[in-house]
Design a protein around this ligand. Structure first.
Ligand code: C5P
Length: 416
């Protein structure tokens, strides 16, 4: 069951070039279980067709304030009351001004004024318009009134300018909406996560290791604990503090991590996530004293470490959902899917480590989720947001989805 299950969200779309991004946002919010209804201003309809958003939201688009047939279906006050969250995205400079002034001369502003739900506004406009003191004053008015302003981001703009005013990416808007609602989707569940590198000793002072920072695994543990799960984090040597509510077990070697994992899954476990970068090999013999430099070459005999996640997935104590990570430098999807099947995993989260801006040591990540149903790219976002999304997806796998969700997933898979 998605985190936004039983939540009603209105998106008010106004006329900006970024209106097309609402297609993706609608898909993400529905994927989290929300019911989404969309109000489009006249300007918005020049940028994206109501039919597109109708198909994706699964509901007719609301456009007119004084429309008899619409009022007979769901009137504007009823619509405003229906919402648990009301989001205006993209919000043009004009929309921001009209919301700040409390106007009610079209359906969008009337519903925004009439809703008891919290209001979120994601502005998108030319950087000069955003920096104009008139817009700043309007934004300040909205903030003073308790409105949640999302973004805007900065960067290249459709008009050729560079600066602040880009619509925040849909995945990040969706994370803000998710964060607003208390999330206890993993209440009563047990989650075991591995994180960080392992260290394989060569002698008392040297070891073989890798650059894994552990950030992704720690973010996952934080998200799991926040969602109510009993969370065990089996961590290799990293300089990160333990997230609140997480039980941390520190290990050094792959052998110790292996032992800790096998011991942990003896207790019935719902989700196991292997995000650790486990060393594949260790020195056959770790020298009891510091190795002296004697010759021009030194041969080390390395032997294979156990594949922890494979053993977990094939164990008679197998957790319900087993998720692995795959860092690939080429043929991302093919290699990751082969790994999923070979290791007996339910899900593989694949990332392209040939890119310096994502993965290993960075704070952001862009991954592909692969499971038995298909695959989906989760666009670039922070590891914290990504962790929340991944934990929500795991919780959905634990509670079978409703028919409608299933149908939607199939339809979207087909659309892609
Ligand atoms: O085979 P590869 O190392 O690419 O697989 C990555 C996945 O397998 C990750 O989920 C990682 O945590 C897990 N793994 C493991 N034990 C190993 C090697 C990898 O659990 N010895």
């Amino acid at each position: 069951m998605g985190h936004l299950h039983n939540r009603n969200i209105i998106i008010g779309v106004t006329g900006g070039i970024a209106a097309y991004k609402i297609a993706e946002l609608t898909r993400l919010l529905r994927g989290d279980g929300a019911a989404v209804r969309i109000i489009m201003s006249r300007g918005a309809q020049a940028f994206i067709t109501p039919l597109t958003l109708q198909s994706l939201s699964g509901h007719p688009i609301h456009t007119e304030l004084l429309d008899e047939t619409a009022e007979m279906g769901m009137g504007h006050i009823e619509l405003a009351r229906w919402a648990d969250a009301f989001l205006v995205a993209p919000a043009t400079a004009d929309a921001v001004a009209r919301l700040a002034a409390g106007r009610a001369d079209d359906l969008l502003t009337t519903a925004a004024l009439a809703t008891p739900a919290p209001l979120f506004v994601a502005p998108a406009m030319n950087q000069q318009m955003w920096n104009n003191p008139a817009t700043s004053a309007n934004i300040q008015t909205l903030i003073n009134r308790g409105v949640n302003i999302i973004g805007p981001g900065a960067g290249d703009q459709a008009c050729g300018d560079v600066g602040p005013g880009r619509l925040t990416e849909p995945v990040d808007i969706s994370a803000k909406i998710n964060a607003h609602f208390p999330n206890r989707a993993l209440e009563g569940k047990r989650v075991v996560i591995t994180a960080g590198p392992t260290r394989e000793p060569l002698d008392p002072v040297r070891y073989i290791s890798n650059h894994s920072s552990g950030k992704m695994g720690f973010a996952l543990a934080k998200a799991a604990a926040e969602a109510g799960a009993e969370t065990i984090l089996i961590a290799g040597p990293v300089m990160l503090s333990t997230p609140e509510g997480v039980t941390r077990l520190n290990v050094e070697t792959a052998g110790q991590m292996h032992e800790a994992c096998i011991e942990q899954i003896h207790k019935p476990t719902d989700v196991f996530i292997g995000s650790a970068a486990v060393a594949d090999y260790r020195a056959e013999f770790s020298a009891p004293q510091k190795i002296k430099k004697v010759g021009d070459t030194l041969n080390l005999n390395l032997i294979r470490n156990p594949d922890i996640i494979t053993e977990v997935a094939k164990s008679k104590h197998r957790p319900t959902v087993v998720v692995g990570f795959a860092a690939e430098t080429e043929h991302l999807v093919e290699h990751a899917e082969a790994k999923r099947v070979a290791k007996g995993l339910d899900v593989v989260v694949a990332n392209d480590v040939s890119r310096a801006d994502i993965g290993f040591n960075s704070d952001a990540n862009m991954v592909t989720w692969l499971d038995n149903i298909g695959r989906e790219v989760i666009p670039l976002t922070t590891k914290q947001n990504l962790a929340k999304l991944l934990m929500m997806r795991c919780s959905k796998r634990l509670s079978p989805t409703s028919d409608n969700d299933e149908k939607m997933a199939t339809q979207l898979e087909g659309d892609r």
